[in-house]
Design a protein around this ligand. Structure first.
Ligand code: C5P
Length: 203
């Protein structure tokens, strides 16, 4: 069975939690594609050339705990504007999306570029204030000291770079269903996503 759920949207909107919950509920494989860009960004921060870094990417690189830092997120969004870097990551993501047994991928261009043929496309979003508040709390929990104002500024800067870039900008796919999680508890957002997918499966 080939069945792809494409989930796009800005940082800290709840994509990751929804993706993991859908993968677990429907027994699908999950790929957080942001980790690919974060792993390249982390190597660039350490002095590597972006193209060399992306070509030498290893599955183990995606497990580093340092990938969640705000510095790496910013570096990821900078390498993500490079056509060579994006092209290098295309085949891996496309074959993951169409793997037997089905898959959930979350990112910025899954429904538009990586897998426009996905059976379900969601665009998960929330207001910048709400997303910054969630990201600040996440960072606080892992011990990162940063002001809420700085987190909001980082979120807005990353949104702008991701939405305004020339190649594969963050934009809802034409037929994507939008889930705005600003006023939803995470359990409600997950329940909404499960209902949407279930309806498609039953068609
Ligand atoms: O999703 P996450 O916040 O981990 O992504 C980090 C950065 O990687 C994003 O801000 C974006 O610039 C880039 N990215 C992308 N395309 C994807 C996934 C992530 O450009 N499919």
């Amino acid at each position: 069975m080939r069945f792809t759920i494409a989930i796009d949207g800005p940082a800290a909107a709840g994509k990751g939690t929804i993706s993991k919950a859908l993968a677990s509920h429907f027994s699908l494989a999950h790929l957080d594609t942001g980790l690919l860009y974060r792993a390249v960004g982390a190597q660039v921060l350490a002095g590597a050339d972006p193209l060399v870094a992306v070509k030498s990417l290893h599955p183990e690189d995606l497990k580093a705990s340092t990938l969640r830092s705000p510095e790496v997120a910013l570096a990821a969004s900078k390498v993500a504007v490079l056509a060579d870097v994006r092209n290098e990551l295309l085949a891996l993501q496309r074959s993951f999306a169409r793997r037997l047994g089905g898959a959930v991928l979350d990112g910025r261009d899954i429904g538009t570029v990586i897998c426009p043929e996905a059976e379900v496309k969601l665009f998960v979003t929330a207001s910048a204030m709400v997303r910054a508040g969630r990201r600040h709390e996440e960072l606080r929990r892992i011990g990162t000291v940063i002001s809420p104002e700085q987190v909001l500024a980082d979120v807005l800067a990353r949104d702008a770079r991701d939405a305004d870039r020339a190649i594969a900008p963050m934009v809802p796919a034409e037929n994507a269903l939008v889930i705005d999680t600003s006023k939803l508890a995470i359990g409600e957002a997950v329940a909404e996503a499960i209902t949407i997918v279930q309806k498609v499966i039953e068609l």
